[in-house]
Design a protein around this ligand. Structure first.
Ligand code: G
Ligand code: G
Ligand code: MN
Ligand code: NA
Length: 250
């Protein structure tokens, strides 16, 4: 397919870049970190969303060099932030299938000099459902290195909650589909407040994604949600272009 060919060239041709969306502590409103989100500006098609090109990257194996470029670019960029500011990077299930994620992360941290404590890796339930033992081992080693693990899109997958006892998960990100209907659907209010309570009992940080309104923010604050992310607080915004990995073979 043409998109596959184009994606192969996209990094070299400077068509890929990262947006960074801020995350805030809800009780004090302090900036806690940024999530890196990959973007592709295609010369003919314009902006192609990650939901279109990430599956292609995963099917073709391009996710390996792409994931490496994302991690290295984001870690390098985060070096310019204040020292307490964390960087969250998404990892797809395919990355755990096709490479040693621990080795990749350790190498990129060493090459860039970013402290492991500043890096948070967002995984999905899809990742922990596949080859569980290998994934547990990888995540445990990352945890011991000081890198933290966040469960993304929480509440949309099919796995049982028991993974919370077996995986070193430090943060749960409540999927934005639940935040969307806060206020209009009493059931989602019950679900979200319960997840916040679960986080408090398990000593896991709870982040609400996709917060778009003051009303949603007020409810989350009332329940004691730890962190927020969403258009109400800040949109994903582009970095100053930088290309530390121009020489990656694609
Ligand atoms: O930013 P946006 O809503 O377009 O992201 C769509 C999806 O793409 C989200 O599920 C997000 O987690 C995923 N995504 C965005 N950036 C990255 C990335 O750098 N790596 C991986 N694996 N997924 C990403
Ligand atoms: O799956 P993941 O959580 O990584 O995806 C994050 C995606 O959510 C990004 O593509 C980002 O652009 C999008 N996003 C972030 N904040 C909001 C928001 O407030 N509303 C909506 N609709 N999307 C958001
Ligand atoms: Mn995410
Ligand atoms: Na999400």
């Amino acid at each position: 397919r043409r998109l596959e060919h184009d994606l192969r060239n996209a990094i070299r041709k400077h068509q890929l870049y990262l947006d960074y969306q801020p995350q805030f502590g809800l009780s004090h409103g302090d900036l806690t970190g940024y999530e890196a989100l990959v973007r592709w500006w295609h010369p003919v098609e314009g902006e192609i969303p990650p939901s279109t090109f990430l599956p292609i990257a995963e099917e073709t194996g391009l996710i390996v060099p792409l994931g490496e470029w994302i991690l290295k670019t984001a870690c390098t960029y985060a070096l310019g932030w204040p020292p307490e500011t964390k960087l969250a990077v998404n990892l797809s299930p395919a990355q755990f299938k096709t490479q040693d994620v621990y080795a990749l992360v350790r190498r990129v941290l060493m090459e860039t000099g970013l402290e492991p404590e500043r890096l948070e890796l967002e995984i999905t339930e899809g990742t922990i459902l596949q080859n569980t033992d290998a994934v547990i081992e990888t995540l445990t080693k990352l945890d011991q290195l000081g890198v933290s693990i966040a469960m993304d899109d929480f509440g949309t997958g099919y796995s049982s909650l028991s993974y919370l006892t077996r995986f070193p998960v430090k943060k749960i990100k409540i999927d934005r589909s639940f935040i969307d209907t806060l206020g209009s659907n009493p059931q989602t209010s019950a679900i979200v407040s319960s997840i916040v309570g679960l986080g408090q009992s398990l000593d896991v940080t709870i982040t609400a994604e996709g917060v778009e309104t003051e009303g949603q923010a007020a409810m989350l604050k009332h329940w004691g949600c730890d962190q927020v992310q969403g258009y109400y607080y800040g949109r994903p915004e582009a970095e100053v272009p930088s290309d530390p990995l121009e020489d990656i073979p694609l």
